[in-house]
Design a protein around this ligand. Structure first.
Ligand code: IVH
Length: 682
């Protein structure tokens, strides 16, 4: 390559810079702005351009614009997920990346390369799903879990033990006859589709932006600096890989290691095939592609590994990936279809969301007829027009996305789409709050908003009122039997009989359900009132601190901000909610109807309020989770690292660096017995 090769050289630099930016967003911030497929395309383009202009690898990385590992540790070069605020842990065996391909031929070439090395006609492989989660390394010493770390830069990662200890299926101990003295077990932390939907639904109801996919949310959760917040999101784990192991040579095959994991009752991948050659491996890959949609975790491909661990060692690794494994990635399913219409949903807080109505297509196991168009800017940027043929993709994102318009299929001159100026429901002029992408309907009486507010009030996460679903709410509002929450409690059985499908029994059932809902916990009512930014967790915190609705209504901005976890935005939203005359009158009515407006835990003395605990070493009288639960019940907090702010360090046997750090900072150290007797003083 000569430097006059200007164009390609510049392109290479550009690609490289773009990849670096995307790496940073993906690994460090768990917030990618392009899909995995788009990222893989950039990578492939980079590789082929590099091979084209520098086929012999004569130029240094700098000259062709390829950055070396940022840490100067050239041993392993993979994306770096390490963040400030976490302690580091050196992996005993590096955590590598995998060579990726979308191409069947590449897979058979991979097999050919290996067969050449081993001078063999057929090699046994293990075929497993590639789980699209967050890589984790668990170190067990004599069967006890001692640390959990992220991949980091491949050589050392962040210690995130506290953030994943609450994972129910995480083996905190492994026992049985075949437990090695020291073993690094590699796996993937993931979030189920169900939990991902639950969190996004809650966010949507709160008018907050939605997470793009379960992987990012799992990654973000693991990297929360506050383990308490991490515990509010349900994560799961699956284990598949062996890192360092002592004694050496303990396991001889990947399949034997998989069997050992099963014997230890550790969570393993549900698809695992040991095959005797590449053709059989290919058959398994096809089977996996069909089966994977039923799994709880997102899978974006198959991983094919040499089964023999000895052969793996002999095949070796490059600086990025092993030569003994390859990931065959499944293309995200995409299809072209007709955009029949664009409709608008009006959310509980007035946000207008454009939705694409599509000619139904079969995509990744479901029939898709709707896709989110996000907001007006998105429609503009992609120049999406009604009547266009659009490419729809369903990847890890689950919610189908409109990727692009097929311009060559655009017929005639469909006019550019114009976002409405008025609310599609109540015709009020829409507003756009500065800095926000969404248009909003500012009218509190807007019928669609009222419907969404009541549906939220009745939903499972709030008042959980049986028999009061969206269709009933729609009828109640359309018939003007209800215009606000308090009206629900004035409904008479005979009024309900006028609704479609309501015979005597169902009317009575709804009246009973409404009556029963009056006794629901106060935090549920508080959530259901729909105060902007106040979700389940905040509602529970507020109830714990203020005990009654009257106390909360009287709280000042300063009172609210003083509470841990309540920021200025939420505090302002709360005070402004209670300033509104309409809300005040609603609250009076709800009280008159006898809804529960006080905490039923008012006897608990929050004597640990403002106290920050760190737990270290092992506890013998309780599990770590139980200790955390107790501390939080009495208003205390638990942190994973010792700092000047720490109030107490509870140190059990095996305490190490945290104990010495606490001692050097003069922090009070408690034994488990002292901790227990402190709790008895209540
Ligand atoms: S084995 C030496 N097996 O994919 C690397 N990795 O893109 C061996 N992954 O960092 C990894 N499912 O986090 C392996 N069944 C599986 C996997 C898997 C997901 C992840 C892993 C790795 C990444 C590489």
């Amino acid at each position: 390559m000569t430097k006059e090769d200007g164009e390609s050289f510049r392109k290479l630099k550009e690609l490289n810079e773009a990849i670096e930016v995307h790496d940073e967003k993906y690994y460090k911030h768990a917030h990618p702005t392009i899909s995995d497929q788009e990222y893989d395309r950039l990578k492939r383009e980079l590789d082929s351009l590099q091979a084209q202009i520098d086929p012999l690898g004569l130029f240094s990385s700098d000259e062709v614009g390829v950055t070396e590992s940022k840490q100067g540790e050239n041993l392993v070069q993979v994306g770096d997920d390490r963040l400030e605020g976490f302690s580091s842990h050196q992996h005993l065996a590096p955590m590598l990346s995998l060579e990726n391909t979308y191409d069947k031929e590449d897979f058979f070439e991979f097999d050919q390369r290996l067969r050449k090395i081993f001078n063999s006609n057929a090699l046994p492989y293990a075929v497993e799903p590639k789980i699209d989660g967050v890589a984790i390394s668990l170190t067990y010493q004599n069967g006890e879990l001692i640390t959990a770390t992220t991949r980091g830069n491949g050589n050392s990662g962040d210690i995130v033990t506290q953030n994943i200890l609450h994972i129910e299926n995480l083996p905190k101990k492994i026992s049985g006859s075949s437990v090695p003295e020291l073993v690094e077990i590699r796996g993937e932390v993931f979030m189920s589709h169900e939990e991902f939907h639950r969190i996004n639904e809650e966010r949507e109801a709160l008018g907050q932006s939605l997470y793009a996919n379960p992987r990012n949310l799992a990654a973000g959760t693991i990297k929360l600096l506050d383990p308490k917040s991490a515990r509010k999101r349900k994560l799961e784990i699956v284990l598949y890989g062996l890192g360092h192991c002592e004694p050496r040579g303990y396991f001889r095959e990947q399949s034997a290691f998989h069997d050992a994991l099963k014997k230890w009752n550790a969570p393993v991948v549900e698809f695992f095939k040991k095959v005797s050659n590449a053709d059989e491996a290919w058959q398994s890959i096809i089977l996996l592609d069909e089966a994977r949609h039923a799994y709880d975790y997102p899978t974006d491909g198959a991983v094919i590994k040499l089964d023999s661990l000895d052969m793996q060692a002999r095949a070796g690794t490059t600086s990025k990936a092993p030569r003994w494994a390859i990931a065959y990635k499944f293309e995200a399913e995409r299809q072209s279809t007709l955009l029949q219409d664009i409709i608008f949903q009006v959310g509980r807080t007035g946000t207008i969301t454009p939705v694409a109505c599509l000619q139904p297509i079969q995509l990744a196991g479901t029939i898709v007829s709707r896709a989110s168009l996000h907001n007006a800017d998105e429609i503009d940027r992609k120049d999406i027009r009604v009547g266009d043929h659009v490419v729809v993709e369903k990847a890890g994102e689950i919610i189908p996305q409109v990727l692009q318009v097929e311009l060559d299929k655009r017929q005639g001159s469909a006019p550019p789409f114009i976002f409405p100026l008025n609310c599609p429901c109540c015709q009020t002029e829409l507003i756009r709050i500065e800095g926000e992408a969404a248009w909003k309907c500012p009218s509190y009486e807007c019928t669609d908003q009222v419907k969404a507010r009541l549906a939220y009030f009745s939903s499972r996460g709030c008042m959980d009122i049986e028999n009061l679903g969206e269709s009933v709410i729609k009828q109640l509002i359309d018939k003007q039997l209800v215009v606000k929450i308090s009206d629900l409690y004035e409904l008479q059985e005979k009024q309900l009989l006028t609704l479609d499908g309501f015979a005597g029994k169902s009317a009575q059932n709804l009246v009973d359900a409404l009556l029963a809902s009056k006794a629901q916990d106060f935090w549920r009512l508080l959530c259901g009132l729909g105060i902007k930014h106040v979700g389940t967790a905040a509602a529970k915190d507020l109830v714990r601190h203020f005990k009654t609705l009257d106390n909360l209504a009287a709280a000042t901005l300063e009172d609210l901000i003083a509470i841990d976890g309540i920021g200025e935005t939420m505090a302002e939203s709360i005070t402004s909610f209670f300033r509104s005359e309409f809300n005040q009158s609603e609250i009076e009515k709800l009280k008159t109807h006898g809804l529960c407006v006080r905490s039923n835990e008012s006897t608990i003395d929050l004597f640990l309020r403002n106290k920050i605990f760190v737990l270290t070493g092992s506890l013998t009288r309780q599990t770590r989770d139980e200790a955390i639960e107790k501390i939080e019940t009495y208003g205390g907090k638990v942190s994973s690292s010792v700092s000047k702010k720490t109030t107490f360090l509870v140190a059990g046997p095996g305490a190490g660096s945290k104990l010495s750090k606490a001692e050097s900072l003069g922090i009070e150290i408690l034994s488990e017995d002292q901790f227990e007797s402190m709790l008895q003083h209540t």
